[in-house]
Design a protein around this ligand. Structure first.
Ligand SMILES: NC(=O)C1=CN([C@@H]2O[C@H](COP(=O)(O)OP(=O)(O)OC[C@H]3O[C@@H](n4cnc5c(N)ncnc54)[C@H](O)[C@@H]3O)[C@@H](O)[C@H]2O)[C@@H](O)CC1
Ligand SMILES: Nc1ncnc2c1ncn2[C@@H]1O[C@H](COP(=O)(O)OP(=O)(O)O)[C@@H](O)[C@H]1O
Ligand SMILES: [K+]
Length: 520
């Protein structure tokens, strides 16, 4: 794996970034030299994103009191030298020493300084250098009002490091925050940029690599950082590809899906199609007897097991002939309704990897037996969205404000793999490792797309079990990435409104062709 691939996998908190920078400075790198280097890279990127020939060249630069403001002043100077018409708006009279020096120099060059935010209204491009990872307190009063005013303007805004006002770790808005079109994140991805709460503010985000030595990164984060961004390279490493030349269907995993009811029949089909997309060797689907013809017509390759039904058309029991021990993995939940309680108890008592979603999770919450999950010998995967998560873990607070912390706690509590769905899905296991899927699309915010994910996870897990892979969490992680990428590809072809769950299943193999065709 090359340097870029390695650093793309890392996400850091403000405290970790400070420690990493501290090592660089302690090793002798002058702070001023680093600022010059970093801001040089930022200027270069801004010049290529917004060539002076492509607009009026009028740029407003917001300067805060710390080194984020220092970066902004160096950028202002470089853009000025390149012919842009730069106006600097310094928001605070008091500046950190290095920032103050750049401020003096910019003044000496005759760069225009303005006294009011309103004086930047004729600028087409705004550079946000108010706060970076040093923001400690809420933004209030006058400054908050100015940021809100700026957000009302239809300007292109580039934020340095992160949009000013966002909490570096949680992505929470501290009072108010700048809505950026671009965020140029410096050195290493800040965790907050990967949180649902931040997304409305971040715009397109990219990493500006200023060559932090890998030794300094590993000294603080370890060889395997506890929080990882899921990258294409990671996925490629863990996909069940290429298949062994000599194999047969049972060696490629046998997955049992337990899903559907008279009321929710489509969920069973979508879960089945998600599993189909995984390439799993054998697929069995247990549904209420009356759904059998429907399932056979949609998934002719699957073994459809008709089950006795309750009066309301939910699965009452699995046929005696079904031996749960005969499957590599069992996924249960989509559309089963909360009547199927005994089914859930049965599969949890069985020692096979289990994936629980939707009503499977709701039953678990009703039973109040979440704490018994930690006694299971085999892995359990829980895939809640935020609502299901709150029902399952009522004692874990602030789920949306602190998704990474929440998912970590849930995994510790249950010793399960917990996947918290969202715009930036986060997955944790009992060793406190967290993976975040850094790219997705709101096109997926539609009924049924979660069912597809359950089937995909199930199929990848079953293949992993059949292949005797000793760590299976990666299979869950790659399923979440694959699912999100299918949404992205489908949205590119069909627009964000064109990605119904069935369509999503049709894009699963396109993802592999799109990203990995050279090695398939
Ligand atoms: N040292 C360097 O040369 C480098 C600097 N970088 C830049 O430096 C930034 C971090 O710099 P700093 O540690 O100076 O922090 P910031 O520039 O993010 O801001 C900290 C300053 O803002 C003040 N402050 C915090 N919250 C406030 C609030 N709500 N209202 C008013 N004032 C508030 C603090 O007292 C402090 O003076 C990074 O985000 C990045 O832009 C690095 O990325 C690259 C290397
Ligand atoms: N705004 C969004 N951006 C990206 N992905 C989203 C967004 N909203 C939902 N998703 C994804 O869509 C899926 C929805 O799953 P879920 O809520 O279980 O729906 P359902 O039960 O109807 O299938 C999840 O994988 C989730 O991560
Ligand atoms: K900023």
């Amino acid at each position: 794996m090359n340097r870029n691939q390695k650093i793309q996998q890392i996400a850091v908190t403000a405290a970790q970034m400070r420690e990493i920078e501290g090592r660089i400075f302690a090793a002798g790198m002058p702070v001023a030299a680093l600022m010059e280097k970093v801001a040089g890279l930022i200027s270069h990127r801004i010049k290529s994103l917004f060539p002076i020939s492509s607009f009026s060249g009028k740029v407003g630069v917001l300067v805060g009191p710390g080194h984020n403001g220092g970066d902004a002043l160096v950028v202002a100077r470089e853009l000025h030298f390149s012919g842009y018409q730069v106006k600097i708006y310094r928001v605070f009279p008091k500046l950190k020493e290095l920032t103050a020096q750049h401020d003096l120099y910019a003044q000496s060059l005759g760069i225009c300084y303005v006294n009011e935010l309103a004086d930047l209204e004729d600028c087409e491009l705004i550079i946000d250098g108010l706060f970076g990872f040093g923001l400690e307190r809420e933004i209030k009063d006058d400054l908050a009002a100015k940021i809100n005013q700026l957000n009302q303007w239809c300007k292109t805004v580039v934020s340095i490091d992160l949009p000013s006002g966002l909490h570096t770790d949680s992505g929470e808005v501290l009072g108010t925050a700048i809505k950026a079109n671009y965020t140029l994140c410096l050195g290493l991805w800040k965790l907050g940029l990967l949180q649902d709460l931040a997304l409305e503010y971040v715009g397109k985000a990219e990493l500006i690599d200023f060559e932090i030595p890998l030794t300094d990164i590993t000294a603080i984060l370890g060889e395997m950082p506890l929080i990882q961004r899921v990258t294409k390279e990671f996925v490629q490493q863990h996909l069940p590809l290429p298949r062994p030349a000599v194999t047969h269907k049972y060696k490629q995993g046998h997955l049992l899906l337990i899903c559907g009811s008279r009321k929710y029949s489509g969920g069973a089909i979508l879960t089945g199609l998600g599993a189909r997309g995984s390439g799993v060797g054998m697929l069995s689907i247990a549904v209420p007897e009356s759904l059998k013809p429907l399932l056979v017509s949609h998934l002719p390759e699957a073994l459809i097991i008709g089950c006795e039904e309750t009066e309301n058309g939910a699965i009452a029991s699995l046929p005696d002939a079904v031996d749960l021990g005969g499957y590599d993995a069992i996924a249960c939940g989509p559309g089963i309704t909360t009547e199927a309680t005994n089914i859930l108890e049965g599969i949890l008592a069985n020692n096979k990897p289990v994936i629980l979603d939707a009503d499977g999770l709701n039953i678990l919450a009703q039973l109040g037996t979440i704490s018994t999950l930690k006694n299971r010998q085999e892995i359990t995967v829980l895939t809640p969205h935020a609502g299901e998560f709150k029902r399952l873990f009522p004692d874990i607070e602030n789920v949306q404000q602190s998704r990474v912390e929440a998912v970590k706690k849930a995994a510790e509590l249950t010793q399960a793999i917990v996947l918290l769905k969202g715009a930036r899905t986060a997955i944790a296991n009992a060793t406190s490792k967290v993976w975040i899927v850094p790219e997705s699309t709101p096109a997926l915010a539609r009924g049924g797309s979660g069912d597809v994910l359950t089937g995909l996870i199930g199929g990848l897990l079953a293949q992993g079990v059949a292949a005797n892979i000793n760590s299976l969490v990666e299979r869950v992680v790659i399923a979440a990435w694959w699912h999100a990428q299918a949404g992205i590809l489908a949205a590119k072809e069909r627009t964000e409104l064109g990605v119904d769950a069935f369509t999503l299943t049709q894009f699963l193999s396109s993802v592999l062709l799109h990203h990995f065709s050279s090695s398939l």
